[in-house]
Design a protein around this ligand. Sequence first.
Ligand code: UDX
Length: 432
Amino acid sequence: MRLTVLGMGYLGITHAACMAELGHDVLGVEVDEDKLAKFAAGTLPIYEPGLEELYRKHIESGRLRVTASYEDAAEWGDVFFVAVGTPQKDGDFAADLRYVDAVIDSLVPLLRRDAVILGKSTVPVGTAHQLANRADELAKDVTVEVAWNPEFLREGSAVADTLRPDRLVVGVQPGGRAEAVAREVYAPLIAAGTPFLVTDPATAELVKVTANAFLATKISFINAVAEVCSAAGADVKAVANAVGLDARIGTAYLHPGLGFGGGCLPKDVRAFMARAGELGAADVLTFLREVDAINMGRRTRMVQLCREACGSLSGARVAVLGVAYKPDCDDVRDSPALNVAGQIQLQGATVTAYDPKAIENARNLFPTLRYADTAAEACEGADVVLVLTEWDEFLVLDPRDIGARVRRRAVIDGRMCLDKRQWTDAGWEYWI
Ligand code: UDX
């Protein structure tokens, strides 16, 4: 099939490369000049394990191309995937739909034959319906169907999540072609046994938002328990493990620590509350305010813990290991780690940060932090070492080696990922 993917960010690049891997001919559309320059140079504007290899493979196989031209896309494609961002609106909880709207406004007037648009971006319930109406107004003598096919991939495992998803969900209008088209696109995945769920568009939109709100709730739940454990002298990791072994609960998304960040969970929780408010159902989602507040409180607590560990932040030297919002990615959007590093710096400490992949992005967002080339360099002369993203390379750091570089052996395990015994045996004060 001839597929186009509109918006080549984390979601779009992954989807485009994976659809080429499934055997389709794919045209990615991106209008950002910096990203286009990277594509032209044969590299990707993001880091995602395994993605660059897959992208290159299909640039070479000829099944994947990237263009800036909506005209080319409209002329070429049969199916159009919308993969642009839906960030939080400035000064509001609601999602900013300007990029999704722009795709419809740019694409639909150019279509010269019937088309199916499958939205992948996370949108508030009701968006597909509105976009379908807009597409009807803009279409010139052609039928343009808008359906929603939410994406559940996680950064860091995006390729595997796309090629082996837990489920496929497609929200379609009755009587249209979208279901048949989606079945054809995903035929190899359906043949491999992936559940294929067909719903109306509003339900599909809500599946995605509900999933993210539930995951966020699970994380904040265990983080609230972490605070109680801390007050009671109990071990929250042991609690989470024991509770999670109950099959009804499960251990996933029950890792306590600095909380959730990134381009999805925080803004999706807020957009869900905002949309529920518009629908007159705000009251039932007030608990999500708590979920958000507990999450943000973890960042404040981490700054406080750092202050306690140093005595005073003013004049302290702080090493921050990890600035990405999670390991195996270079994304610093709403990163708890970078947020904490920034707050500590703004309160008078000198922060030197290191991250295996996210330094360039962090530097763009927070140029006033110092950045080191290695974890050991970041720890040089530090009064306290904060581990804020659980990259594998931090789990295997030698506390003796790092101990020889710091001014004081104090470590804060912000992601509860270190072997406490190993660090205390090497003479470190260990804080969580
Ligand atoms: C999330 C959803 O998982 C995915 O289905 C959706 O498509 C997009 O949003 P993502 O943001 O890529 O994916 O990462 P995820 O692995 O879900 O982690 C989100 C945040 O939660 C990270 O900051 C992570 O560190 C944090 N987290 C996750 C915890 O603090 N504890 C956990 O137990 C799990």
